[in-house]
Write a protein that binds this ligand. Structure first.
Ligand SMILES: Nc1ncnc2c1ncn2[C@@H]1O[C@H](COP(=O)(O)OP(=O)(O)OP(=O)(O)O)[C@@H](O)[C@H]1O
Length: 261
């Protein structure tokens, strides 16, 4: 069974019309914006998979569908065999998502935040695991600090910790190292690599291609909502005669065409 299965997913965002336009426009309804166009791919258990593409390619739109935050216009997706729409609860329980946006509740400390998150999954007495996560993310000395008193990079570490409280088999990281220092990057990647070696499936989006080159076994390149290349990292680079993923990325974005996933 695939850890993540994506079958013919398309996403069309509804057009945003003002009230005035809606009430008084006699013109036919405007078409929505197609962010994803017939995406299919499978990620096997234990893979470290990269989803790469330029700004606006559709990476976050796809992740939002997997996380149950947004519904696909067409197609279906499942996490560990659980359909993300029909079996939302089990799909969500199998998944930990580190979002791109820094979202947090300013009234709680770091430990309270992680206890609350554990509570959403019905987990009590989760402090041993919370302590291990805090240690691995360099947050032990911030456990009793209020969220609003943390720096941006520290808040991002807490987002990573939140995604891990229920030990999900699949972890999605949406640009987790944007705006964080070298120390966190190293400790984060050491920790995530360890989780991956222990069997967790990782789906990563990042604009740091050297990170993707080092970490990802397979990569899908997205452009304008379509998969334009999908293969092992080595095979993608070999195809373009390069040993540098950034160089490969540039070439694929300028020459790539849609290919079967
Ligand atoms: N709620 C929305 N309503 C309308 N359009 C949207 C919405 N969310 C995203 N889009 C559009 O869909 C396209 C894909 O956006 P998305 O955020 O998925 O891209 P991305 O690959 O994650 O980009 P980035 O690398 O900048 O995070 C963009 O053109 C974006 O403007």
């Amino acid at each position: 069974m695939s850890a993540v299965k994506i079958e013919n997913i398309s996403k069309i965002y509804a057009p945003t019309l003002s009230l005035r336009q809606r009430l008084f426009s006699g013109s036919p309804a405007r078409q929505g914006f197609q962010a994803l166009n017939d995406i299919s791919l499978n990620i096997e258990p234990g893979e470290f998979f990269g989803l790469l593409g330029p700004n606006g390619a559709g990476k976050t739109s796809l992740i939002s569908i997997l996380a149950g935050l947004s519904r696909p216009s067409n197609g279906r997706a499942s996490i560990c065999g659980y359909d993300v729409v029909a079996d939302y609860k089990n799909a969500r329980r199998s998944l930990g998502v580190v979002p791109q946006e820094l979202v947090y509740d300013p009234f709680f400390t770091v430990r309270e935040t992680l206890r609350n998150q554990s509570g959403y999954y019905g987990l009590r007495n989760n402090d041993d695991w919370i302590d291990e996560i805090l240690l691995n993310l360099g947050l032990s000395d911030k456990a009793d600090t209020n969220m609003r008193a943390l720096s941006g990079g520290m808040k991002r570490r807490v987002l990573v910790a939140q995604a891990l409280v229920h030990r999900p088999p699949v972890i999605i990281l949406d640009e987790p190292t944007a705006g964080v220092d070298v120390d966190l990057r190293r400790s984060l990647w050491d920790f995530i690599s360890r989780l991956n070696k222990e069997g967790h499936t990782i789906l990563l989006t990042t604009h740091y291609l050297e990170e993707a080159q080092t970490l990802c076994g397979r990569i899908a390149f997205l452009r304008k909502g379509k998969v334009i290349a999908l293969d092992t990292t080595q095979a993608l680079m070999a195809q373009f005669g390069s040993d540098d993923l950034e160089e490969t990325f540039v070439q694929i974005m300028h020459t790539g065409s849609e290919q079967a996933a």
